[in-house]
Every structure is written in structure tokens, then in C-alpha cells.
Design a protein around this ligand. Structure first.
Ligand code: ZN
Length: 564
């Protein structure tokens, strides 16, 4: 047994939000993506199943904690606190499990964590941390330690947050958004390279969100069916998504060039992607089924108001004044912990004392919430028999629901305890369903028809369960091996193992063992897990930050298409 096979290794993680084999494999076959291609040849790769539902907030949290949502407590970008109908935006303070960064620190390993979604506010790690998606904006304290920001500004220039509204397709023209996305990606890569070279780390990780951003908006251009209906637009945009994959592959190359023999490279995405064919307005369905009651007198007036609000906000967004406008409105007394007034308007339509069930008014969530007595302010459903039979009834009905063409829109539906387990289950939606893989996206507006085909200028693609993972490390990772399917919580356990550290006994993930050379694995057996189960029973803070910060994050999520 030589030293080199048993020495703990350094781990370098490169995250590509939203990457899918559906795009990577054909591009590799046509001679593109040379770095991902080289990793497939010199390493192991496979499908990485996301969380259910496949959303960046839960998925990146599972990747960084090694546990499923029932333990980490993140079920979407929103919380569901008792005592209020408003659902604040989550942050790292909402996460109920320790991060791989803090675990590595406890074992004396130094970390560099760059642009991981969900890590705002940044942890005080031994090493450095730059928070990613859900950072309010670049003026927030999203870099730890603060001196690292000054160091970066001196060495490489401005430090962008992963919340630059111009990068997000839909707020500016497509050309302008793409240009800004390329520039921001270059700058984040420069910061990543600087931290790689100048920081002393054992565990390094960086996440790029460009593929996710581009997939939401540009998936359609390379979709043959869509292209047939929109030939001019498709011709113009057909390589936009591919060019973003090319860009991230080049950034991966800059990292690969820096690797030594003692570092294992891990690449992963948090979920896959595919097109959207239908919108399913869950709150409208609940109205039609009699579970959600609206105040009839207000509807016509509200329709007009919403129509003008949409027009007005669209104009403000184009002028980049929307955030300022919303912040000002809040200061004048609007809002009050609700990150969006449009949602608040929709919710003011609801006749709560007569409503038994409702869904997200922001959309993007495949959920049904029960209006429970004692939990919701005007709850009317009794816990126990009434709650149980109501959930069963709704699950049965929603699974059977078909649109006018006879298309089944829901693939499956569960009571929360049948899908997840763990001490955070009380924070989960009462019913989670999964829309079918034909591409259904849930909407929140109860005044829309139950189903509709997406508008052409709307969001043409959404997440799918199957993401990707690749690993490379000579003598450690098998070469040219298509490895067994993994699940997203496996990444934390696998990275701990490469660092020579045990996993924690509460972790749901396992080792992605099929990717490793059998001799290396024999020389580096899985260590007994350490018993820290009690550490899941904590909540960091109930502080959701200022209304202004919440409005900024909500506006980003809306531009991304995660909220309406
Ligand atoms: Zn994502």
C-alpha cells in the first residue's frame, strides 16, 4: 500500500446549475465541450437524481448537507411559517442541517466556497465563502471574511453577486442579457481562479448558474417542434444555449489545468432540464373543486388591477426601476413581510374562513396547503380525521386530473410524510405533487384558466429530475466508466470520503462508490459514521432580513420565472 493511495485528497467541486446529459452528450458527440469530454474519458460519470421536487433551493441544500428536505427543512424558495399566510423567502438561516463546509472545518480542513446557491448569509468558515443565489445584491455582506472582498477587488476588480438583474433573461433584451451573462461568468471565473491559486484549501467549490439561466429562456430555440413554429427566432437563437455550455466548459478547463495528482475533481448539476408544454393553475383547480373560495365581489375589479399592474411592472422592469419602486412602496407601509404585492393582492381575494386548501400564490410549486385550524390565522380544517381525509381526497382527485385534451398533468402526489422524513417535516407543504414529465409548470393565479399552453415569450423550459455528475482523479476514479446513478445527497458524503473524513450518521446520502477504482476503495474503506443526529434539531434564526432585501430576492426569482 503506497502513501499516495491512502493519503486524504483535496477536493475541487465545479457546479453547473441545470446541466443535463440531454445537451452534453450530443455536444460531446459533435466534438464540442472538450473538458467535459476529457472527464468522461479519463474519469467516471453518471446521472445524478435531484431532490423531489427538482428545484435549486432544495437541491443545492441537499448537495451541501448530505440530507433530504425532511431533515434540512428547505422545500422551495419559500418558508411556510405557522401563524401567517405570507411565506418569506428562505436563506441559509432556514437550513436545519450543518453544511459540508462547517463539517470539513470541524475536522481541521480549510474551505473555499464560491457562489453556492442558498449560502446567504455566508457562514464564518475557516477559509472563504462568497454566497450565491438568494444574495440580495452586490452591496450585501455576501463575502466572508470581509477583508477577502477588499483583496479580491484589488486583485481582480468588482465582485458581482449571483443576483445581477441584467444577467437574467427577461429583464432586458436577449442580446444584452447574454452579453452580461458572459461578462459576469468571466468575472466569477477570475475570482474562482484567484481563490484557487491564493487560498490554502482542502475543499474548494464553485457554482456557475449560466446554464440554468440560459436553459429557462433559450431551451426552445433548439427544440425541433418549437423551431418549426418559430423558424426566424429559432434560427437566431439556436446556439445560445450551446454557447453557454461552451463557455462553462472553457471555465472548467481553466480549473482542470490547475489540478495536481492529489486533487479529485467533482462536477455536478442540481437538476436537469426540459421544455414546458402546459401551465397548471393549481389555485384555479382548487377553486373549481370547491376547496378554495374567492370573495366574488372583488374579482372583476382585481382582474383589471392585475392587468395594469403587470403592464406597469413590465415597464418599470425594462427601465430597471422596479426594485426601487417596490422598496419605496414598502417604506410607505405596503407589504409587511410579504415579498410581493401582486401575491398579496391575489391573497386578498381569498375568503379564508371558507377555504379548506390553497396552493402557492407565487406559482412554481407543485403543492397544496391545508388551511389548518391553529396553524393558519383563519384556518378552518381540524387536525386529525378531517385533515387526513381531506388530504386523501385531494391527492386522489389531483392524480386523476386531465386537461381538455385528456392529457394527465400530474404524475404523482403524496402526503408530506409519505415523501419525506425527518425533524423538519412540519415545515413541509401538506401535499406535494409532481407534474408529469410532458412539461407542466404550476402557476398560482386563481383567476387564470386551470390549464394553458405557455405563451411563446414566457418560460419555455423547467427543471427535471435527472442531473449529471462527473469525477476525475488518476488512480482514484475509474476511467471512461459510466457509473451507477447517484442522488444529490451522495455528493456531500463522497466529498467527505475523498477528504479522508467520515460521514455523519444522520446523512441520507451514500458514497458514489461505483465511480472509484476498486483498489483505491480497498485502501480507503468507508469510515464508521459519526453520531451527531441531534444536530438536526436546531433552527438558526427566524430573521428573514429586511423587506427591502426580500423584495430584491423575490424580483430575481420572478425574473427567473420561479415566481409569477
Ligand atoms: Zn438549479
Amino acid at each position: 500500500m503506497s502513501d499516495s493511495t491512502t493519503k486524504p485528497r483535496r477536493v475541487c467541486f465545479f457546479g453547473i446549475d441545470g446541466a443535463t446529459w440531454k445537451i452534453i452528450k450530443p455536444m460531446v458527440a459533435s466534438g464540442r465541450l472538450p473538458n467535459l469530454a476529457a472527464m468522461m474519458e479519463n474519469g467516471s460519470y453518471g446521472v445524478l437524481d435531484s431532490t423531489c421536487p427538482a428545484n435549486s433551493s432544495l437541491a443545492w441544500t441537499s448537495l451541501q448537507t448530505g440530507v433530504h428536505p425532511g431533515k434540512h427543512g428547505i422545500f422551495f424558495f419559500r418558508e411556510q411559517p405557522s401563524g401567517m399566510y405570507q411565506r418569506p423567502i428562505v436563506s441559509w438561516n432556514s437550513v436545519h442541517a450543518p453544511s459540508i463546509w462547517s463539517l470539513a472545518n470541524e475536522h481541521g480542513k480549510r474551505v473555499s466556497s464560491l457562489y453556492f446557491p442558498m449560502t446567504f448569509p455566508p457562514e464564518k468558515v475557516d477559509g472563504v465563502m462568497i454566497s450565491g443565489l438568494l444574495t440580495p445584491d452586490r452591496n450585501a455582506d455576501f463575502i466572508y471574511p470581509p477583508e477577502f472582498r477588499q483583496e479580491l477587488e484589488k486583485a481582480v476588480g468588482e465582485v458581482p453577486s449571483d443576483n445581477e438583474p441584467e444577467v437574467v433573461f427577461g429583464t432586458v433584451t436577449q442580446e444584452a442579457a447574454a452579453k452580461k451573462l458572459f461578462e459576469t461568468t468571466d468575472q466569477i471565473a477570475r475570482i474562482g481562479a484567484y481563490a484557487f491559486d491564493k487560498q490554502d484549501w482542502d475543499l474548494y467549490g464553485i457554482v456557475f448558474r449560466g446554464v440554468d439561466l440560459a436553459s429557462h429562456r433559450a431551451w426552445c430555440y433548439q427544440d425541433p417542434q418549437w423551431a418549426k413554429l418559430n423558424p426566424a427566432a429559432a434560427e437566431k437563437g439556436k446556439d445560445l444555449l450551446g454557447s453557454v455550455y461552451d463557455l462553462l466548459d472553457a471555465k472548467l478547463g481553466e480549473i482542470r489545468d490547475r489540478l495536481d495528482d492529489e486533487t479529485t475533481l467533482v462536477v455536478a448539476s442540481d437538476h436537469g432540464f426540459d421544455r414546458i408544454t402546459h401551465r397548471f393553475y393549481v389555485n384555479r383547480w382548487l377553486v373549481e373543486q370547491g376547496y378554495l373560495k374567492l370573495k366574488n365581489g372583488k374579482i372583476a375589479w382585481m382582474k383589471t388591477k392585475l392587468f395594469f399592474r403587470q403592464k406597469f411592472h413590465g415597464a418599470l422592469r425594462r427601465l430597471r426601476l422596479l426594485q426601487t419602486y417596490q422598496a419605496t412602496m414598502k417604506k410607505l407601509g405596503g407589504g409587511g413581510n410579504s415579498p410581493d404585492m401582486g401575491e398579496a393582492m391575489l391573497m386578498s381575494l381569498v375568503d379564508w374562513p371558507r377555504t379548506k386548501a390553497y396552493s402557492s400564490f407565487g406559482g412554481g410549486e407543485d403543492i397544496v396547503l391545508i388551511n389548518l385550524k391553529g396553524r393558519q390565522p383563519e384556518g378552518c380544517v381540524e387536525l386529525g380525521q378531517e385533515y387526513e381525509s381531506l388530504r386523501e381526497e385531494i391527492i386522489d382527485k389531483i392524480k386523476q386530473y386531465k386537461d381538455a385534451d385528456g392529457t394527465a398533468l400530474v404524475a404523482d402526489a403524496w402526503k408530506r410524510e409519505d415523501l419525506w422524513s425527518g425533524p423538519s417535516i412540519e415545515l413541509a407543504p401538506d401535499i406535494q405533487f409532481l407534474t408529469s414529465d410532458t412539461g407542466v409548470n404550476a402557476g398560482g393565479n386563481p383567476l387564470m384558466p386551470v390549464t394553458s399552453e405557455p405563451a411563446l415569450d414566457g418560460m419555455p423550459a423547467m427543471h427535471r429530475l435527472e442531473g449529471v455528475y462527473l469525477m476525475e482523479g488518476p488512480g482514484v476514479v475509474r476511467k471512461g466508466h459510466e457509473a451507477a446513478k447517484g442522488q444529490i445527497a451522495d455528493i456531500a458524503v463522497t466529498m467527505l470520503h475523498l477528504l479522508g473524513l467520515p460521514a455523519e450518521d444522520y446523512m441520507d446520502g451514500g458514497l458514489l462508490g461505483d465511480a472509484f477504482e476498486p483498489e483505491w476503495l480497498a485502501a480507503n474503506p468507508v469510515l464508521a459514521r459519526t453520531g451527531n443526529r441531534g444536530r438536526l434539531d436546531f433552527k438558526k434564526s427566524d430573521d428573514w432580513g429586511s423587506d427591502e432585501d426580500a423584495a430584491k430576492v423575490a424580483e430575481t426569482l420572478r425574473s427567473l420565472g420561479y415566481l409569477e
